[in-house]
Design a protein around this ligand. Structure first.
Ligand SMILES: [Zn+2]
Length: 359
């Protein structure tokens, strides 16, 4: 899951009040309304990501990052297995189906420095090294507190909406910190595909350089092909250039196969043994996937091509969802069979970038 979408809304509100952050609306109800990602508000990935700008500012600085990570991990442990959630993301059903015990948390440390990247500001108030240090120590402290009941790691996201220079600085920081701290388990590519679809050879070459400068001892996943801004040719070129072990919801590969009988994208995933990270509610909200029936078709297509897949929650707090809720959604709508869900959970364990021994 993304850190930006993992702190329950009522807790974000408390942090915003405590820190005196402006622009949070005229009260709690309006705040909920601004931040909750709902069906009628989201047109596409771009309008979905706008919400994150606000959350990233609330979560900026070493202190808030630490607090947010502690809340996010506890939230996952406590409510990840609940089918029902309250309006602010509070646990809503007393009986959880399970507890989340192994978890990958992803975010962009440069976007927690108080810099407003979409407005061209690449320097914020806070020091990125302090942000990374606090993030690592927050994970360690949670693991100690939970006495091994939860194991977590950090995936740092490069931004499609950041300049080459800013991403390169982040890569250098990741390299520095990776050697010092084992809680950094991977890198990702995230952000609006519309801003930088990587369809220009120079842009892709730059991103390749950024990824190449991070050591392969940590994992690699990328968000690619979630929207129409990335065509199949660009999808293939991006996977070939960045060499991920996993990709986040590569919707374009399914559409190309269904609509144009072009299976090159799916074949590439199969050949390279790349694991697909599927986020059901998120993909429905951004309209990347039309409906739950189409989701069933995606899962069956993956099985036909023998491509492994996992189910993730993306932004559980902003979408007011949980892992249990996502799985029940699939099962109750016959979009996945119990066998498919169980296989996906096993795949998640195997494909995790966490290298610990807990299962
Ligand atoms: Zn995601």
């Amino acid at each position: 899951m993304h850190l930006g979408g993992s702190v329950p809304l009522y807790r974000l509100w408390e942090i915003a009040i405590e820190r005196g952050i402006r622009g949070m609306g005229s009260g709690y109800e309006e705040f909920l309304n601004i931040l909750k990602i709902q069906n009628n508000k989201v047109k596409d990935l771009d309008s979905y990501l706008e919400v994150y700008d606000k959350v990233e500012l609330i979560q900026s600085g070493p202190h808030s990052v630490r607090e947010s990570i502690i809340i996010a991990l506890h939230r996952a442990y406590r409510t990840g297995g609940m089918v029902e959630l309250g309006p602010g993301g509070e646990g809503g059903s007393p009986d959880a189906l399970f507890s989340v015990g192994k978890l990958e948390l992803r975010f962009n440390p440069l976007k927690r420095t108080g810099a407003v990247f979409l407005k061209g500001e690449h320097a914020g108030l806070y020091d990125v090294d302090r942000v990374i240090k606090e993030a690592c120590s927050a994970i360690e402290d949670v693991e100690i507190g939970f006495k091994g009941q939860i194991e977590a790691g950090l995936i740092f996201c490069f931004g499609r909406d950041m300049t080459f220079e800013a991403n390169m600085i982040l890569a250098e920081k990741i390299e520095d910190w990776r050697k010092k701290n084992s809680k950094i388990i991977g890198v990702d590519l995230a952000g609006p595909e519309s801003v930088n679809p990587l369809n220009k050879p120079t842009e892709l070459a730059n991103m390749k350089k950024i990824f190449k400068s991070v050591h392969r001892s940590i994992g690699r996943t990328i968000h690619v092909g979630e929207t129409k801004h990335v065509d199949l040719k660009t999808f293939i070129a991006t996977v070939q250039a960045l060499e991920p072990q996993r990709v986040a919801h590569p919707i374009v590969a399914f559409h190309a196969f269904w609509n144009k009988k072009d299976d090159r994208g799916l074949k590439l995933l199969k050949e390279r043994g790349i694991v697909c990270e599927l986020c059901v509610k998120s993909n429905l909200l951004t309209r990347a996937v039309k409906d739950i029936k189409e989701y069933g078709r995606i899962i069956d297509t993956l099985d036909d091509f023998e491509i492994p897949y996992t189910f993730s929650t993306d932004a559980p707090s902003l979408q007011v969802t949980s892992l249990a809720h996502e799985l029940i959604l699939l099962l109750e709508n016959d979009a996945a069979t119990p066998e498919q869900v169980l296989r996906a959970l096993k795949t998640a364990d195997k494909a995790s970038f966490l290298n610990g021994t807990s299962k």
